[in-house]
Design a protein around this ligand. Structure first.
Ligand code: FDA
Length: 582
């Protein structure tokens, strides 16, 4: 054994959860070591949909532009096609990822950031390179083996896979971001609910110039409905664009109760040509791999000084594109809390709120993603594929939607409805943005606003303590910036309006008393920031002289309708509660 290495936070795993945790910790000035098992970051595309909330996190971390520069933009993501093969018959389309004009308006109004498609092998270098540039110590080929924790810290034993020796890393806290087979989560005995290995899927990565087949209907997802594609996996064959329009990934199901397929070049080619529907297209198979659909979540995310994030605590299929998004957002919730506890500004009990706030989100997304697979069955049903096992009968049923008969009309209607219902997989703006935290790190103010529209499909902006800070465009020095740009940056932020200056003094007083940074911002005519479109006044749900207190993760934690003589007492009291210092 070599000498013990010491740090404040040891992060295990360099995927989206671990990469984001290291990046944010280093951004906040927390010493951290990132260990990862292999000598590289992700070498296959894996997760890709990067939703607005994640882009807001990356914006706060100052790397949003690096992602935008490499990602496939929204306007090329969403003319999603359901077909019998790429060259074959088109059964219908759905505007996905908020590209329908009506949903684009919701999307544009909700955030300064846009959804985009950023494959994981491109995302991880952005997270990890920036983490290292800001201070993270990165150790490749370093495998976490075990841990022991005591009152002051955690001692992890790791294996140097190059030298072959083991050594210890002593940290004040450990983040287990070691993915869907998390050893850290198992070692601390996190309570898991659900099942692994619900269904089997095959990923086939390949190069092919498919411009002719897709350029007139640009999308990152093409769903291919063929007999056999409803076995296991995601319910249909999927042709996913990795880089427009020459790098692709096919997802195909296999029966998990039997032997998995042998992933030969010939098998991969057969599946690819089956889904493309044209075997004259030159194809280069790059790799094939097996994975399983899981339905599992942890009811608690930590034990003592060890915290888990990402797939370690929520394991689910790629439907709804929530995997890496939720992983990055877990890290955003945890990193500032660790910073303030390590600084002595917050009581360690603040860290308990990580589980309280994120475990309900994890459960929701695991259930949502699995439900979406089941709902694909409506399309099979609409086309008459569930009423028979005879392939000829199935083809006849698919054809019958073209006939001028009552049966044909019924099928057409059922198919339209079944495809439109997939909004619950591809346009769940509410699932992505409506996360409302309930924990000791929030100061409730009475009743919680109801959702005026379907809470899964639509985002409802509110300053209710627990919700994400609403986005509104503000102006300063001929520049446009978002309310979200005032918040974040590892500090608390107080937003008030004309006549609410007492809150700014209160913020300074509270900051001095508690040893935290609280930025005060006045928004209104002639104030620091102009409310350019009047949107902030419409969204803030407090009066001009009221106050909205925002945590470093841009969630509102306290609000008050108007300024009064005790602004300082109220604000200091609220911050004390959030910091666990009551
Ligand atoms: P992730 O699995 O990304 O990272 C775990 C990290 O921990 C890795 O760096 C790993 O090397 C490291 N590690 C593991 N054990 C360790 C140990 N003992 N010591 C040190 N390091 C250790 N999602 C999606 O939405 N669409 C998709 O198409 C796919 N496809 C897909 C394919 C494959 C092959 C995989 C593995 C996963 C997917 N996913 C996916 C899931 C998606 O990739 C996943 O939700 C996120 O990557 C989760 O991010 P994490 O950081 O939590 O784990």
């Amino acid at each position: 054994m070599s000498d013990v290495v010491e740090t404040d936070v040891l992060v295990v795993g360099s995927g989206p959860a671990g990469g984001a945790a290291a990046l944010l910790l280093s951004t906040y000035g927390v010493a951290n070591i990132l260990v990862t098992k292999y000598g590289r970051l992700a070498d296959t595309p894996r997760a890709h949909i990067t939703n607005q909330r994640t882009m807001e996190v990356l914006r706060d971390a100052g790397v949003e532009d690096q992602v935008v520069a490499q990602a496939t933009p929204q306007h090329l993501m969403g003319d999603t096609v359901f077909c019998t093969s790429l060259a074959g018959e088109e059964l219908g389309r759905l505007h996905t990822w908020y590209t329908h004009p009506a949903r684009l308006a919701d999307h544009t109004l909700a955030s300064p950031s846009r959804i985009c498609d950023m494959p994981q092998h491109l995302m991880e270098p952005v997270l990890v390179n920036n983490a290292v540039a800001r201070g993270t110590t990165l150790r490749f080929d370093t495998e976490y083996l075990s841990l022991e924790q005591d009152a002051d810290g955690v001692t992890a034993t790791v294996l140097d896979r190059v030298r072959g020796d083991r050594y210890e890393i002593r940290a004040k806290y450990l983040i287990g971001a070691d993915g869907g087979r998390s050893k850290v989560a198992a070692d601390i005995g996190l309570p898991m609910v659900g099942q692994m290995g619900v269904a089997g899927s095959v990923n086939i990565l390949f190069d092919a110039d498919l411009d002719d087949l897709v350029a007139h209907r640009p999308s990152i997802l093409y769903w291919v409905l063929q007999t056999g594609s409803d076995v296991g996996g995601i319910g249909m064959g999927l042709v996913r664009c990795v880089r427009p329009w020459h790098e692709w990934l096919i997802v195909w199901g296999y029966d998990i109760t039997g032997e998995p397929p042998e992933l030969t070049e010939q098998y991969a080619r057969e599946v690819v040509y089956r889904l493309l529907g044209d075997d004259s297209i030159p194809v280069k198979i790059r790799s094939s791999s097996l994975w399983t659909v899981n339905h599992l979540y942890a009811e608690r995310y930590h034990r003592g000084r060890v915290f888990c994030a990402g797939d370690a605590v929520h394991r689910h299929p790629p439907s709804n594109g929530l995997g890496s998004n939720t992983s990055i957002q877990d890290a955003y919730n945890l990193a500032w809390k660790l910073k303030l506890v390590l600084d002595g500004a917050a009581d360690p009990s603040l860290l308990d709120t990580y589980s309280a706030e994120r475990a309900p989100v994890g459960r929701q997304i695991v259930d949502r993603a699995n439900q979406s697979i089941g709902e694909t069955g409506r399309i099979f049903d609409a086309l008459g594929l569930l009423s028979t096992e005879d392939p000829d009968e199935m083809l006849k049923n698919i054809e019958s939607r073209k006939s001028a008969t009552p049966e044909g009309e019924r099928r057409r209607q059922l198919l339209r409805e079944a495809i439109a219902f997939k909004d619950y997989e591809f346009n769940t703006h509410g699932v992505e943005l409506n996360q409302r935290y309930r924990s000791a790190a929030m100061v409730p103010d009475g009743s919680e606003p109801a959702f005026p529209r379907d809470e899964q499909l639509y985002h409802h902006a509110t300053t209710w303590p627990g919700a994400k800070l609403p986005h509104a465009w503000l102006g300063r020095d001929r520049q446009r910036l978002s309310t979200l740009d005032l918040g974040g940056h590892g500090r608390f932020t107080v937003l008030t309006g004309v006549g609410g200056e007492a809150w700014i003094d209160a913020a300074a007083e509270a900051a001095a008393a508690l040893g935290v940074t609280v930025r005060g911002c006045v928004i209104g005519p002639g104030a620091q920031y102009e409310d350019l479109y009047g949107d902030w006044a419409r969204l803030r749900e407090v009066g001009d002289t009221g106050c909205v207190l925002v945590r470093p993760d841009n969630h509102v934690c306290f609000r008050h309708p108007a300024a009064g003589p005790d602004a300082a007492g109220l604000l200091t009291g609220a911050l004390r509660q959030v910091l666990g210092r009551v």
